[in-house]
Write a protein that binds this ligand. Structure first.
Ligand SMILES: Cc1ncc(COP(=O)(O)O)c(C=O)c1O
Length: 365
């Protein structure tokens, strides 16, 4: 057997380990701003729903309960203005990373097919292509840069990890029109959609983008960031009815099922706006103080109008910046992890507790 892992790059975070060790040696401890993982408590409303569903002896539905799919459709309509959201065209996911890593395989892409994603991107889009033996290709502008005859799957990511950039409705519409003209499936990873700071992110399924039809479009959403749900693994997709049906069929056969207590917790999370507002306020404060501190320390921040990151540069190699900050006990992610054009940037996550964020601010002063 040829190991699949032979086709995959080195897990990027392993390369950060020496810097993590250096940062951890700081007398006042490490401030870890590298991984965008939630650090605040899971909201009580969600924990309660999980516990209440603890007695779940039977197999859950791959499609999700009707209540879960109703909750998703209500959320998409009420919160994001997706008037065409239908419970039938929704599918729960075991976190969205699972889908990103497996979608090309689930859709039957193979050698010769291309999977396209932004030139600065979450690394798992590439992994998904490589697992399927498809060809990963990157773009600055998909319409200008890609060969529509070969691209089968076009990933969008708005707001973007790592840059925090938001694609405006008109820009999304231009890309969707082009993709539809060429029969390319557009899958928009919108896991940071509720975390807009200087811009209001819009879904690819919003009528301003796609009109009355979701044909050829899938939006992927995650509760990990909005609801501190990363440890529970809960996400969902919605959109093109035929694609949802096909994915459901394959996922049913392969056991890609969200556990029943997690499905209940998802319903509670989607039905409660208050905890999401409180969490967003926490991030807003951390973002503001870190932004000021990094700018005062000579960094320039690009984009970063949404998401959980500041995309920062001091005009030097990202590894020099990572090394220098590690000496101050601050760990950030090198921009190179997200693509060669990030080589002079670092990604600063504001997913650290207030006390740690304030420690970073003091060290940068
Ligand atoms: C752009 C992007 N997509 C997907 C994910 C995966 O999130 P999850 O698997 O927790 O839903 C992340 C996580 O950081 C991300 O940044």
């Amino acid at each position: 057997m040829a190991p699949v892992s032979d086709r995959l790059p080195v897990f990027p975070w392993d390369r950060l380990e020496p810097y993590k060790t250096a940062a951890a040696a700081h007398a006042d401890g490490i401030v870890d701003l590298s991984v965008g993982t939630p650090v605040d408590p899971v909201p009580a409303v969600i924990r309660k729903a999980l516990s209440a569903a603890a007695d779940s002896p039977g197999y859950p539905l791959t499609y999700g309960t009707g209540s879960l799919r109703d909750a998703v459709a209500d959320y998409l309509r009420d919160r994001l203005g997706i008037t065409g959201a239908r419970p039938a065209n929704v599918l729960p996911l075991i976190g969205s990373k699972e889908l990103v890593g497996w979608l090309p395989t689930l859709l039957g892409l193979r050698e010769g097919d291309q999977v396209a994603y932004p030139e600065l991107a979450y690394p798992t889009y590439e992994i998904g292509a490589l697992v399927a033996r498809a060809e990963p290709v990157t773009y600055a502008d998909p319409v200008a840069d890609l060969d529509p005859a070969r691209v089968k799957l076009l990933w969008l990511n708005t707001p973007s990890n790592p840059t925090g950039r938001v694609l405006a409705a008109a820009e999304l519409r231009r890309i969707v029109d082009w993709a539809r003209e060429h029969g390319i499936l557009v899958v928009s990873d919108e896991c940071y959609i509720e975390l807009g700071w200087d811009a209001e992110p819009v879904s690819v399924l919003h009528p301003d983008v796609c009109g009355d039809s979701h044909d050829g479009l899938i939006a992927v959403h995650s509760l990990s960031k909005r609801s501190n749900f990363a440890g529970y693994r809960g996400a969902f997709l919605a959109g093109d009815a035929a694609v949802v049906k096909e994915l459901l069929g394959v996922r049913k056969h392969t056991g890609m099922i969200v556990p029943a207590p997690v499905q209940s917790a998802m319903i509670a999370a989607l039905g409660d706006r208050e905890h999401a507002v409180v969490q967003k306020e926490r991030y807003a404060r951390r973002r503001a103080v870190l932004r000021t501190a990094f700018e005062s320390a000579g960094f320039r921040i690009e984009h970063s109008e949404a998401s959980l990151y500041l995309w920062a540069t001091r005009g030097e190699s990202c590894w020099d910046t990572v090394g220098d900050l590690a000496k101050q006990g601050i760990l950030v992610a090198p921009g190179e992890f997200y693509g060669p054009t990030g080589a002079h940037f670092v990604r600063v996550a504001f997913t650290a507790l207030d006390e740690r964020v304030d420690a970073a601010v003091r060290r940068l002063a």
